[in-house]
Design a protein around this ligand. Sequence first.
Ligand code: F6P
Length: 320
Amino acid sequence: MRRGAASNGHEFVGYRDGWRGPLEADDVPLGVPEVRGILPRGGTILGSSRTNPFATDGGPARIAANLEAAGVDGLIAIGGEDTLGAASRLHSEHGLNVIGVPKTIDNDLSATDYTFGFDTAVNIAMEAIDRLHTTADSHHRVLIVEVMGRHAGWIAFHAGLAGGANVILIPEREFDVAKVCDLVGRRFASRFAPIIVVAEGAKPLGGVPSQGDDKLDSFGHARLGGVAHWLEGEIERITGKETRATVLGHVQRGGTPTAFDRVLATRFGLHAIAAADAGEWGTMTALRGTEIKLVQLTEATAELKTVPASLYEEAEVFFG
Ligand code: F6P
């Protein structure tokens, strides 16, 4: 914003609530005064929604017409798989001038090493695990922590490894409850109590009984959550050890962002403006090592970036 407005003479508007804004021409003027002081704030001052422009009749055409009427030359879309998947299609199928910026706690966008929001969520989950060790050890209980991440186990993997979890369960690998119970026994045998980190999308071999109401959002995603409570019952039944589940839920998405996320978001912003100036539409800013590069939105959204087996195996050394 500062680079675009102060150095390059651009004007900005912000669209409210994700794709609902450009669909309904709900925009607000956005200048340096409006964004001053937001660095330590989580969330978004513009609001968010799960509006899918492709699930709305004539959605893409309405967006194109509203952008033209407002004199908008290009749109910078900030979000995850759904937001940027729509951005990619709006560019490739409807010729809209769009640049993507990867922001999701799930860290599941291909073509970038990290998305912003992820590091903050991992640190919140790690701190929760640190605190849960106290009760696990004092009360000799099995404690399960359920974290978000949808179909990717990045949050579980990083928070679990950083927090010294004894078992980490991720969606990329179906888990065997009997094996989890063995690891629980091994941990108790070492006179410590186990902490299990389970990703909301993780499933036992043979599938898990449905936890929610199977309601789908406009991108076709079911609401996940609850596997920890199912696992709690199974572990208690098999091992006879008192087991308690904590579901972190939206706590992971709240509060103040970490320094890493603030720096990453700021650098993505600078590079997104440079990309717009250069007319590099249909691209996304991406972190590669320590450099910010531009990649094609289609490449970034074609498939989810999930935890590779080799990385998961690194954490398995510490199980039990
Ligand atoms: O994509 C981010 C995310 O927090 C996922 O990890 C989670 O499954 C989902 O959003 C929850 O979405 P909502 O707050 O709409 O239920």
